[in-house]
Design a protein around this ligand. Structure first.
Ligand code: NAP
Length: 485
């Protein structure tokens, strides 16, 4: 079976920062793959804009190299690459000067969708927005795409929102959190709202707790100095983990439509209880024989930035009161893994008295990476003679295996999100009030650390984080799922 790809409408996409790392590694290779799939119209155009002294050919050469580095070689047939490069153009432009903007206006067509991707530092977002309006480059239907980080606290996020709101309607602003573009994140909604099986159980009466883990095996490496200015709370929890929490906990929206979904997510963020200091653990990885510690990688001997966070989160509403959500994210841990585990309550009574097995609750595990899929933890009879012995087994499904043999077009997160921008679908993008509400909840946690001058705890590289993070669950009589090798 070949998946049907519906082409989007014709568009002109301007990538401010078209020569930068994100554009070269993600955005342009992603667009190339969308062209191959037939989703990007052959007439659409992509214009890179940056200060580098390129002409169109030099930019094409730069992008060509990016494709060689970041796209599977088997997909790089000369005819396809030439066709894609032929859709590119370049404009040398310094966002802060008047030169170039008029020329940009002349490059854009009048009768197609206009999208402007701000793939530059957030400090430039406001300036680009103002210039687009000043030079009348953005009509009412134009879309702007802004990258994370969206502010570093409530105050800066509000200021950024206000700057953009001066120039664009909220319905034109697409704030990217690439986690939302992942196939499994959307599958989370399909599983919850496409199966009647789970909904009656999806509440505090039946769910003991939820664990959300996003672990990485790598350290901060070459971008340590940059990372040190944000940390795990700002870089992962405030956006990615909170989005996963919202999608797991929210009420069913009345329809799968941008504002209906975002309204429900916002209600969850607003229902989050303040977090007490003893319910958050922060850490930094220590050195190994051949790799430096976080302090060394960040090039900041005084650094008190965390690259690990574990926390217990309570949602004060009818559905979830009494069922905690535990969040955990960190660098240089045992493995790279992102998953949501919904752990159900233990059976209320065991009829198997002398099996010696404690009957544990079922768990539904939704894996975002690696091997996107779903596992259900079940109890079965241990096969063979010897009476009624019980054991736990995983009912395991990876999407790749379940759909084997089908020719599936699986766009990566960036590809999907860029096509959603062109389609005018904001469902998988964060709304301004959502971002502000998230900061409003996170800020007091970070402020507590700053006021107390608290230091992150050192943890061993290659493990599962500081012991205090294990204790966070142990003292509630629970435990983290293992981060397996
Ligand atoms: P980068 O490699 O530093 O690229 C920045 C781009 O902005 C370059 O193309 C640069 O080109 C251009 N630029 C800088 N000042 C300019 C000016 N005054 N006028 C016109 N162009 C200017 O940064 P990046 O890593 O691609 O990140 C871009 C954005 O994405 C940032 O907001 C970042 O936080 C976000 N982001 C990046 C990643 C990632 O993996 N890289 C992931 C998530 C989010 P010239 O020097 O030629 O002008």
């Amino acid at each position: 079976m070949v998946a049907k790809v519906i082409p989007v409408e014709d568009f002109d996409l301007v990538i401010f920062g078209g020569t930068g790392d994100l554009a070269t590694r993600k955005i342009l290779p992603g667009l190339y793959r969308r062209m191959l799939s037939g989703q990007m119209p052959k007439t659409s155009r992509i214009i890179g804009a940056a200060r580098s002294e390129y002409d169109a050919d030099a930019f094409r050469e730069h992008v060509h190299q990016g494709l060689k580095d970041h796209v599977d070689q088997s997909l790089l047939k000369k005819r396809d690459v030439d066709a894609f490069l032929g859709q590119l153009d370049y404009l040398q432009l310094d966002i802060f000067t008047d030169d170039g903007w008029k020329a940009l206006g002349e490059m854009l067509r009048g009768d197609v969708i206009r999208a402007f991707y701000f793939s530059v530092a957030p400090s430039l977002f406001g300036e680009i927005a103002r210039r687009l309006v000043q030079f009348k480059l953005a009509d009412q239907d134009a879309r702007i795409v802004v990258e994370k980080p969206f502010g570093r606290n409530l105050e800066t996020a509000k200021a950024l929102n206000a700057e953009l709101a001066e120039c664009f309607d909220e319905k034109q602003v697409y704030r990217i959190d690439h986690y939302l573009g992942k196939e499994t994140v959307q599958n989370l909604m399909a599983i919850r709202f496409g199966n009647a099986l789970f909904e009656p159980l999806w509440n505090a009466q039946h769910v003991d707790h939820v664990q959300i883990t996003a672990s990485e095996s790598l350290g901060v490496g070459g971008r340590g100095a940059y990372y040190d200015k944000s940390g795990a709370m700002r870089d992962m929890v405030q956006n990615h983990l909170m989005q996963l929490l919202c999608l797991t906990a929210m009420e069913p929206p009345s329809k799968f439509e941008a504002n209906a979904v975002r309204d429900e997510k916002l209600k969850i963020i607003k229902a989050l209880s303040p977090v007490a200091p003893n319910e958050v653990v922060r850490g930094q990885y220590s050195a190994t024989e051949d790799k430096g510690s976080y302090i060394q990688d960040s090039e900041n001997p005084e650094s008190d930035t965390e690259c690990f966070v574990a926390m217990k989160v309570e949602i004060a509403n009818w559905r979830w009161a009494g069922t905690p959500f535990y969040l955990r994210t960190g660098k240089r841990l045992r493995n790279r893994l992102t998953e949501i585990a919904v752990v159900f309550k233990d059976p209320p009574h065991s009829i198997f008295d002398d099996t010696g097995t404690h009957l544990r609750g079922n768990a539904l595990i939704i894996r975002l990476q690696p091997d996107e899929g779903i596992t259900m933890r079940m109890t079965i009879k241990d096969p063979g003679p010897g009476g009624m012995r019980l054991r736990e087994v995983p009912l395991d499904m990876t999407f790749a295996e379940a759909l084997e043999g089908e020719d599936i077009d699986l766009p990566d997160a960036y590809e999907r999100l860029i096509m959603d921008v062109i389609r005018g679908n904001q469902t998988l993008f964060m709304r301004g009030d959502e971002v502000e509400a998230a900061w409003n909840w996170i800020d007091p946690i970070i402020n507590q650390w700053v006021e107390k001058g608290s230091k992150p705890i050192q943890y061993d590289s290659g493990g599962s984080g500081p012991d205090d993070a294990l204790m966070l669950m142990h003292r509630d009589g629970r435990r983290w799922r293992e981060i397996k090798q």
